[in-house]
Design a protein around this ligand. Structure first.
Ligand code: MF3
Ligand code: CO
Ligand code: CO
Length: 283
């Protein structure tokens, strides 16, 4: 069976074992991805110093309900919120709380919603007031690293190429790539193969880790969601079982898009319709 035969149907496993989606899948992800991005757009005017992450989470929940979608995180492995809001040294999976955001904070807001069974998963950074020069440089570098990786996506490019693009850009800026969390296949399931790691290689006390040069194929859907730290890459999960923080308490930033591999490139399903792709958000 060749790929065009597979794609003329709906979904089928690729030669790598990953699901290859057809037009129906692309249409489903376009809708879910757009609504997820619109949910983050809706939060932009609310994201000011003084608001709590719990209030932002409630606004996201209302948005998801009002649009007849489902919040994928609510109830996922016991998680109890619509969003993850990861402030300053929190890498990911920050739990919304009543503590107000303060002037100079940076936060990643990550939302996943389900529309007609398809999962739109996206996150971006928000500035609360005016962050430090370092925080802004970290945010910019993380955004650029994600886009450098997205731009190499096409059939035949590899998962290693994605990791390499991100690692090279982050490390050239003097920052480090988080190893303990990665992107993932996405579609009618929230998290599925492949793991999309954001590095090509690294060494630690266990030895040297190499990302396999697994080729991308048309119709694959996955996220690219690099987490970049100003300090060391090491993460630890707090006793709440979710909140991942930098061990050295350095700042961490993240952006996330859902991507589909097309015949000769990529489609990004989660771009901001309002143009609020990166902070500072104007307008
Ligand atoms: N949205 C996250 C991701 O990018 C997953 C969050 S799982 C949750 O994969 F349960 F913490 F919400
Ligand atoms: Co994700
Ligand atoms: Co996400």
């Amino acid at each position: 069976m060749n790929n065009s035969e597979l794609l003329s149907n709906d979904t089928a496993p690729s030669p790598n074992g990953f699901i290859q989606h057809g037009e129906e899948g692309f249409a489903g992800m376009r809708k879910a991805g757009r609504l997820a991005a619109e949910c983050l757009d809706m939060l932009v005017p609310l994201a000011k110093p003084g608001i709590s992450s719990a209030a932002l989470d409630r606004a996201a929940f209302e948005f998801v309900m009002d649009h007849g979608a489902k919040p994928a995180c609510l109830g996922y492995r016991g998680y109890r919120h619509t969003t993850c809001i990861s402030i300053n040294h929190v890498i990911c999976h920050g739990i919304p709380s009543d503590k107000p955001l303060k002037e100079g904070d940076i936060a990643n807001i990550d939302v996943t919603l389900i529309v007609d069974g398809w999962h739109g998963d996206t996150s971006r950074m928000f500035y609360f007031g005016e962050p430090s020069v370092l925080a802004k440089r970290l945010t910019d570098t993380t955004f650029e690293a994600m886009w450098k990786a997205i731009e190499i996506v096409k059939p035949g490019a590899t998962l290693r190429d994605i990791g390499e693009a991100i690692q090279t850009h982050a490390e050239a800026a003097g920052f480090s790539v988080v190893r303990d969390f990665c992107g993932h296949g996405v579609g009618q399931v929230f998290h599925c193969p492949p793991n999309v790691v954001h590095y090509a290689s690294y060494k630690d006390r266990f030895g040297s880790h190499q990302t396999p040069a697994t080729p991308l194929v048309e119709g694959m859907f996955f996220t690219i969601e690099p987490m970049i730290n100003t300090g060391k890459p090491d993460a630890k999960v707090k006793r709440d079982g979710w909140t991942a923080v930098t061990r050295d308490r350095s700042l961490s930033a993240q952006f996330e898009h859902c991507i589909g591999v097309t015949k000769d490139g990529f489609e990004v399903f989660t771009k901001s319709p309002a143009g609020f792709d990166r902070p500072p958000f104007k307008g």
